[in-house]
Design a protein around this ligand. Structure first.
Ligand code: IMP
Ligand code: MG
Length: 173
């Protein structure tokens, strides 16, 4: 499968913005440790890059929650595919996601995580498509708001491909 990809946000712009958000997080969490929860698989490229620009201590854990199949339609069904290794009690938890679309995945996930009694719980996303929201989600850090288009790159996939693109692109269907 070789689809045409149009660049939406270039590599340099993505990198600059992640550095900015990293600096903001570092300032906000001064004197604390940020416990990053990376939501697999999409969040992994962003979480790794972001963590490099956080200057306070960082720990990281991984979770996989699925609400999508191999197509571009939300199934509306959310399930935990892989749970965290570490407990969250007393930690300053920062959930790091690739994209918030309908908000179903995150509203479900945040409820579960809240129940594990973290000291604080915030959400950081690389991309946000606010026009598509069906569940209210409060986002603390957003790198880019984008229009309602299906995007790939920087962790985001189309049928598991294109996650490794260093920019954000739109799949031309
Ligand atoms: P939500 O539950 O609808 O907010 O879906 C969030 C998940 O859907 C993301 O973590 C992605 O895995 C996937 N997703 C939503 N929009 C896109 C897109 O434009 N490109 C790739 N994946 C997407
Ligand atoms: Mg995701």
């Amino acid at each position: 499968m070789n689809k045409k990809i149009r660049v939406l946000i270039g590599e340099e712009e993505v990198s600059q913005r992640i550095q900015e958000i990293g600096a903001k997080i570092s300032a906000d969490y001064k004197g604390r440790t940020v416990h990053i929860i990376c939501v697999l698989k999409g969040g992994v490229y962003f979480a790794c890059e972001l963590s490099r620009y956080i200057t306070v201590p960082v720990t990281i854990d991984f979770m996989s929650v699925s609400s999508y199949g191999d197509d571009i339609q939300s199934s509306g069904v959310v399930r935990i595919v892989k749970d965290l290794d570490q407990p969250l009690e007393g930690k300053d938890v920062l959930v790091v996601e690739d994209i918030i679309d309908s908000g179903r995945t995150l509203s479900y996930l945040l409820e579960i995580l809240k129940g594990r009694r973290p000291a604080s719980l915030r959400l950081c996303t690389l991309l946000d498509k606010p026009d598509r929201r069906v569940r209210k989600v409060s986002v603390d850090y957003t790198c880019f708001e984008i229009p309602d288009e299906f995007v790939v790159g920087f962790g985001l996939d189309y049928a598991q491909q294109y996650r490794n693109l260093p920019f954000i692109g739109v799949v031309e269907i």
